[in-house]
Structures are given as structure tokens and as C-alpha cells.
Ligand binder design. Structure first.
Ligand code: IFM
Length: 437
């Protein structure tokens, strides 16, 4: 890696990220069933119907994994807390073993000089709450507030930062409109409700954490640049609609207390009653914004009902996910987000990385190049005045890539899913050499 810490502003935080269901081993330690388990058990949803039952067995290998984080020289480790591990029924009696686990995780990071960055929800909704409608249910705000209180009463005094929900677009649109993630719905009304209720839950969670005296609270949104696939006015409009749904809806709700008209054109008739009154909760002041960025999409017009867009295959080099490599999009998002939404608020790139068909012994130079190109985009954004404070690589180690199962490898550390042996890749060593200084 051609960078040194001096190439970034003083105090810039480098880190890496994981999430609970993707690494812990969810069938262990008293966690309750989640909607991901049901989704994965439904034929056709997940490659080979794989699930997170064992994953990387992080639950029993936490110390080894935290040593890897420390060995990388990471300033920050971004992890998530599983709702169903902490509250197996979603509400009510906590699982003491689950809370103890996150307590040890936070202490283990601090003991190694790494800042713990917690995300409360990274997609494993307790099945009993999903049975009640999940994100469609207006009570989700109350239930999420209870979960927040339960977790943060235990670890909130020691985490460096906290965010309520990872990637609202995935939680709502991808899961309720596209049907590609749990609960696998394809329903416009469910989508409208999920998109709004999760922002209300976000706000409730921030209120609870402020009430506990916590600081450094943020939101983490994923963004995907949308480029019109051709010169037609129809495709430009389609790209704007895609951008509004994917990228602008959530930051607009969080920072402006309104939703883009391109989204309301389709969703308004399906919104929950009184939704306009919820913005006071949604727009709770934040201390930072996280942007997760991986790729762009080429978008063309599609006849038929709203949202009238379709994706077109692009010609740029692609990752193992089939995603085009487009670092310019990261720069452009950082600049636009700061200018139009978050202003002077610190921004972190809370996820960036690529899947690659890695094998032990073969250097993952493609990943090194990918990270370097995206860091260069960050440098340009900083030069353009963006208050960017950190960059976290997704992911520390190969893990459960949701509907793609264990095939797609995003890790800086290779995981052999037969033996669970961890082997740092060339990208890990390249970053460690630089981050450790
Ligand atoms: O693995 C996911 C993660 O859970 C959320 N952000 C995108 C990653 C890669 O798809």
C-alpha cells in the first residue's frame, strides 16, 4: 500500500468491520431464532441454503479474532450486537450469556487498544418479532428502544461509538420490495412501512442512548452510485428514482425531515397513518454519519408500474460479487452527502471492500488495489473539503455473505470453513505494515 498515516489528516481512524450473524455462530450461546434462519431454510433463497448457525464460530474464537484486529493495527473495530442473542424473544428476559459475550468483546478490544464501534442491528431480527410483522409493525420503535436499553445499559459506558441500524436500504427495500433478503417479501406496502418504521426506530434508539449519557452516536447508510445507462431523458429519470430510493431517502429523512418526491410518487399511498408527525423523532441530532460504499449501477427506464427502472450490465472490471469497481462514486457521494445533507458533521466510510475468490497462498492483490483506489477517492474528498474522519474495511475475515452463503470472500483474513482456520491474506499484511507504522 503506497500510503502512510501522514497522507491522511491527524486523528483519521482506520478500522475494519464485521457483523454478528455473519461471524458469531448463531445456533450457539442461547441466541433465539431469527428471520434470517427462516429465510435461509426456505429453498431458493440462499446458495446451498447455508445459514449462520456456525459461521466463523467467533463466539468461541473471539480472543484469536481480536488478536487479529490488534495485529492489523486497526484504530477501530466495528461490530454488531445480535438482537436475538441479547433478547431471544425480541423482548422481555435477556440472555445473560449473550450480554456477557458483548461485555467481554468490548473489554477485549479496549485491552488491546482498539476502539469499539457498536452497531445495534445488522439484520438478524428475532423471529417472534418477525411473526408480528417485523419492520411493518409500528411497535418496532418501542421494541427497538427496549433492545437498545438492554444492550447499552451493559456496554454503553465503554463503546467508542454507536449506531442503531446498519444499511436501512437493505433492511427495507432489498428485503421487502426486492425480496432478496429476509423476510423475503415483495410488497410495496410492506416496503413503505419498513422504510419509515426503521427510521423511527433509529430515532428512538438515539433518544435512549442519549438518555444513558452516551455520545458519538451516528447512522450508517449504504449508497450505490446510479449512472444512466444511455442518453435518454427516460433513463436519466430512472437513474434519479433509483438514487432517490437507495441513497437520498434515508439521509433526507435523517437530516431534512422529509422524503424525496421521487420516492413518495410510489410509496405515499402505502405509508403508515400519521407518518409526517414522526420526523421530530427521526431527526435526532447525530454526531457522525457512516457511508458504506461498494459499487455503482447502470440504470435504464423500464415500462410498467413505478419505480420504472431496470439495471443494465456495466463494462467496468468487477469483483466476485459481479459488482463494478467504481471508486469515483465514493468520492462523489462523500462530497454530495456533506454538501447537501450532513454539513460539517464528521463522516466515516464505515464499510468498503471487495469479494474475491481467495485461496490461501495466493496474494489478494486485487483487494489491495481496490482498497488503495478507494482510499485515493477519500483523499480527494478530503481535499475537496469533506470532513471525512475514518475508513473501515469490510471485512476483518471471510464470513456469511447472506443470500450468497459462504462463497463470496470479503475478508482481510481467509477463513477455511471446514477447519475454521484463520490465515491473514496479503491485504492484511499490507494494511498492517502501514497502520502499525
Ligand atoms: O456483507 C455485507 C454487510 O453485511 C453489509 N454491507 C455489505 C457487505 C457486503 O455485501
Amino acid at each position: 500500500m503506497q500510503f502512510t498515516r501522514d497522507d491522511f489528516p491527524e486523528g483519521f481512524q482506520f478500522g475494519t468491520a464485521t457483523s454478528a450473524y455473519q461471524i458469531e455462530g448463531h445456533a450457539q450461546g442461547g441466541a433465539g431464532p431469527t428471520h434470517w434462519d427462516s429465510f435461509a431454510a426456505t429453498p431458493g433463497n440462499v446458495v446451498r441454503a447455508e445459514n449462520g448457525d456456525l459461521a466463523c464460530d467467533h463466539l468461541h474464537r473471539m480472543d484469536e479474532d481480536l488478536d487479529l484486529v490488534a495485529g492489523l493495527g486497526a484504530d477501530v473495530y466495528r461490530f454488531s450486537t445480535s438482537w436475538a442473542r441479547v433478547l431471544p424473544e425480541g423482548r422481555g428476559t435477556p440472555n445473560a450469556e449473550g450480554l456477557d459475550f458483548y461485555d467481554r468483546l468490548v473489554d477485549g478490544l479496549l485491552a488491546r487498544g482498539v476502539k469499539p464501534a457498536a452497531t445495534l442491528y445488522h439484520w438478524e431480527l428475532p423471529q417472534p418479532l418477525s411473526d408480528l410483522g417485523g419492520w411493518r409493525n409500528p411497535d418496532m420503535g418501542d421494541w427497538f428502544a427496549e433492545f437498545t436499553e438492554t444492550v447499552m445499559s451493559r456496554i454503553g459506558d465503554r463503546v467508542w461509538s454507536a449506531a442503531p441500524i446498519n444499511e436501512p436500504w437493505c433492511v427495507s427495500w432489498l428485503s421487502h420490495f426486492d425480496g432478496h433478503h429476509a423476510p423475503g417479501l415483495r410488497d410495496i406496502r410492506a416496503t413503505a412501512r419498513a422504510m419509515h418504521h426503521l427510521l423511527v426506530a433509529h430515532g428512538r434508539s438515539i433518544e435512549v442512548m442519549r438518555g444513558l449519557g452516551m455520545g458519538n452516536l451516528g447512522a450508517v447508510c449504504n449508497m450505490e452510485w446510479s449512472t444512466p445507462a444511455d442518453d435518454s431523458a427516460e433513463s436519466s429519470a430512472a437513474a434519479r428514482t433509483y438514487d432517490a430510493i437507495y441513497n437520498r431517502f434515508f439521509v433526507s429523512g435523517l437530516f431534512r425531515g422529509e422524503y424525496p418526491e421521487e420516492v413518495m410518487a410510489g410509496l405515499e399511498p402505502h405509508m403508515p397513518q400519521g407518518w409526517q408527525d414522526d420526523f421530530a423523532t427521526i431527526t435526532q441530532p447525530l454526531d457522525w454519519l457512516g457511508v458504506n460504499y461498494y459499487t455503482r449501477k447502470l440504470i435504464a427506464h423500464k415500462d410498467g408500474p413505478w419505480p420504472n427502472y431496470r439495471e443494465v450490465e456495466g463494462s467496468l472490471p468487477k469483483t466476485q460479487m459481479g459488482w463494478e469497481i467504481y471508486p469515483q462514486g465514493l468520492h462523489d457521494f462523500l462530497v454530495r452527502t456533506a454538501r447537501e445533507y450532513s454539513g460539517d458533521l464528521p463522516i466515516y466510510v464505515t464499510e468498503s471492500g471487495m469479494a474475491n475468490p481467495d485461496e490461501v497462498g495466493q496474494p489478494d492483490t486485487a483487494r489491495i488495489d481496490y482498497i488503495a483506489a478507494h482510499l485515493e477517492a477519500c483523499r480527494k474528498a478530503i481535499a475537496d473539503g469533506v470532513p471525512l474522519n475514518g475508513y473501515f474495511v469490510w471485512s476483518l475475515m471471510d464470513n456469511y455473505e447472506w443470500s450468497f452463503g459462504y462463497e463470496k470472500r470479503f475478508g482481510l483474513v481467509h477463513v477455511d470453513f471446514e477447519t475454521l482456520a484463520r490465515t491473514p491474506k496479503a491485504s492484511y499484511h499490507a494494511l498492517a505494515e502501514w497502520w502499525r507504522g
